[in-house]
Design a protein around this ligand. Structure first.
Ligand code: ZN
Length: 244
């Protein structure tokens, strides 16, 4: 059997054959944090999710929200969870150390400030927050959001912008369309999102599509559509971290 090594930037994955046993060694494996927006029990716990928390830059915001849904009642939290778990599998297969801000789709929260702290504390190489929008019925397509106010300085903001453009390009390559309504070319800087304003790591928040648009809703409600989205996201993370 061949001895093979693959160098992914400074993330080194090596496959070596020792007497019939393949060993896979991770050296300097990079941490990717996936943040599936909202959670399944949020709607049943309004007191918890409506409590105000730090939102950065002196602002406060509710701990969390219920998220939106399709007109058919397929919820955003379930969509986010579906894409996130598919993305997790794809990134783990590429050798990344993947951490999720929530471990199931039946819980409450975590609050937006805790989600941001999760990525910060993990010293994540990239943070990808996954959402679905609830926009006008004619709007469709995805958009990638970054923090307008550079919470960790200009250099880190530039990294987030690079991550955003790389994710946008990968989603387009995966066959998805940038929003025809919000942002510009699938990119949008926002000043009001706690998850972005509290992050000190390269971070994007992505509205994968509009759940109130019939075409997007059909795609977002299907396992194949979620897989297509996860593939684009995985390709984007891989390209950004030099392991594409
Ligand atoms: Zn959302």
């Amino acid at each position: 059997m061949p001895v093979s090594g693959v160098v992914h930037g400074d993330d080194f994955v090596k496959l070596t054959w020792f007497g019939g046993t393949a060993l896979r060694a991770y050296v300097g494996g990079r941490i990717v944090v996936i943040d599936p927006g909202h959670n399944g029990a949020n709607a049943a716990h309004p007191d918890t999710i409506n409590a105000l928390v730090d939102a950065g830059f002196g602002d406060t915001k509710p701990c969390n929200t219920t998220g939106t849904s399709t007109n058919g009642g397929y919820t955003e939290h379930e969509f986010n969870w579906g894409v996130a778990t598919k993305l997790q599998s794809l990134l783990q297969a590429r050798g990344f150390d993947v951490r999720m801000t929530r471990s199931n789709d039946e819980g409450v929260g975590p609050c937006v400030n805790k989600r941001a702290a999760f990525g910060n504390d993990a010293n994540a190489a990239a943070v990808v927050s996954i959402h679905g929008d609830g926009d006008d019925a004619t709007a469709r397509g995805f958009y990638v959001m970054t923090a307008q106010r550079a919470p960790a300085g200009a250099a880190m903001a530039a990294q987030s912008e690079t991550l955003a453009r790389t994710m946008r390009d990968a989603l387009v390559s995966a066959g998805l369309s940038p929003s025809n309504h919000l942002g510009s070319g699938g990119l949008w800087q926002r000043g009001d999102l706690a998850g972005l304003n509290l992050s000190v790591r390269p971070t994007v928040m992505i509205e994968m599509g509009n759940m109130r648009n019939s075409s997007d809703a059909a795609l977002m409600s299907s396992s194949s559509g979620q897989q297509q989205m996860a593939q684009g996201l995985a390709d984007g993370v891989g390209a950004y971290l030099g392991a594409g």
